[in-house]
Design a protein around this ligand. Structure first.
Ligand code: PBG
Length: 327
């Protein structure tokens, strides 16, 4: 036989398992995002209509969900906050008793070993929903935003966050945050930067979940154009030069090439973010019976690992753990 017989190594599941290049998901690779709401109603638990199975949670309900997830093996979480008050300086993003700060304190007290990552951004806390300070003529002011981001990151670290993850896409924010963290004594708090974050329609459901849609305009003056790959490498290199410890590529599904590019050109851990719209599409098709939801979900996530991701932020994390689909 003088031709290639690839089927020899596919003939049964034992040999397929033996030869598989990308191993199944491990629980240490999965990061579960939660949306925590500032509210007096301890029972507040509202399903996000565009993200079936995902909830806005009061602190008490967050505790319940995390307790269950930890029982199932959860190791890492990413927190988003929904404040009661929004203004034009994103005050509730960085105040000591902000909702994320409260959530971090609660989680770290209950579960010191849980790795708590906080999303550092201002959009959920700004009355206009943009990720930076807005000028009178509608421009996003980069350098005026940096001190607010730095204060936010420091307040998260003060509350006990293990890792801060800036997702705003302002230039120079990693350096500003690093400097502020170091000055406040948090030299050991790593920065996981959303280095390559694209202006994406896949974020649609998240903006319902976090009530953070921009009131006017869009995010294209700060998030990246999806036609660009080389530019992602510029962003990655800039963040590393500013001392980012880890990188996030976001979204993930349509951006396997970007994950690979970052993997091949850097040495730091890379995280892929399977964003809200990616989750919702798989869910919706699954609910309708149009695809096998579980199989599609696993395929989508292993694809991100195959592209080079070391970890994955996915809203499927709880479900994967509950169904024992991770190693
Ligand atoms: C905050 C932020 C967003 C997401 C994560 N952090 C929204 C946005 O940039 O509009 C999106 C996450 C998702 O869609 O799951 N800036």
């Amino acid at each position: 036989m003088d031709y290639y017989r690839g089927r020899r190594l596919r003939q049964n599941c034992v040999i397929r398992d033996f030869c598989r290049e990308t191993k199944p998901l491990g629980r240490e690779e999965l990061i579960m995002p939660y949306f925590v709401v500032e509210t007096d109603d301890r029972n507040y638990r509202k399903e996000i209509p565009s993200m079936p199975g995902q909830y806005q949670l009061s602190l008490a309900q967050l505790e319940k969900m995390v307790a269950k997830d930890i029982e199932n093996g959860l190791m890492t979480t990413l927190l988003f906050g929904l404040p009661t008050r929004k203004d034009e300086q994103a005050t509730s993003a960085w105040e000591e008793n902000g909702i994320v700060q409260q959530a971090v304190r609660m989680l770290k007290k209950l579960w010191p070993d849980l790795l708590v990552i906080t999303d550092v951004c201002l959009c959920e806390y700004m009355s206009h929903g943009h990720c930076g300070v807005l000028s009178a003529d509608g421009a996003i002011l980069n350098d005026q935003t940096l001190p607010l981001l730095a204060k936010t990151a420091v307040s998260h670290a003060q509350a006990g966050a293990d890792i801060v993850a800036p997702s705003d896409m302002m230039d120079g924010r990693v350096a500003a945050i690093r400097k502020a963290l170091d000055a406040a004594g948090y030299i050991n708090v790593p920065i996981m930067s959303y280095a390559a974050k694209y202006a994406s329609s896949f974020y649609g459901p998240f903006r319902d979940a976090a009530e953070s849609a921009p009131a006017c305009g869009d995010r294209k003056s700060y998030q990246m154009d999806y036609g660009n790959a080389r530019e992602a490498l510029l962003e990655v290199k800039a963040d590393l030069a500013e001392a980012a410890d880890m990188l996030i590529v976001k979204p993930a599904g349509a951006y396997g090439d970007i994950i690979k590019l970052a993997r091949e050109n850097t040495l730091v851990p890379i995280c892929a973010y399977q964003v809200s719209g990616e989750y919702s599409m798989i869910k919706a098709a699954g609910i309708n019976g149009w695809i096998n939801e579980q199989a599609t979900m696993l395929e989508s996530l292993v694809g991100m690992k195959r592209a080079g991701a070391d970890s994955i932020i996915t809203y499927f994390t709880s479900e994967i753990l509950a169904k024992k689909l991770a190693r």
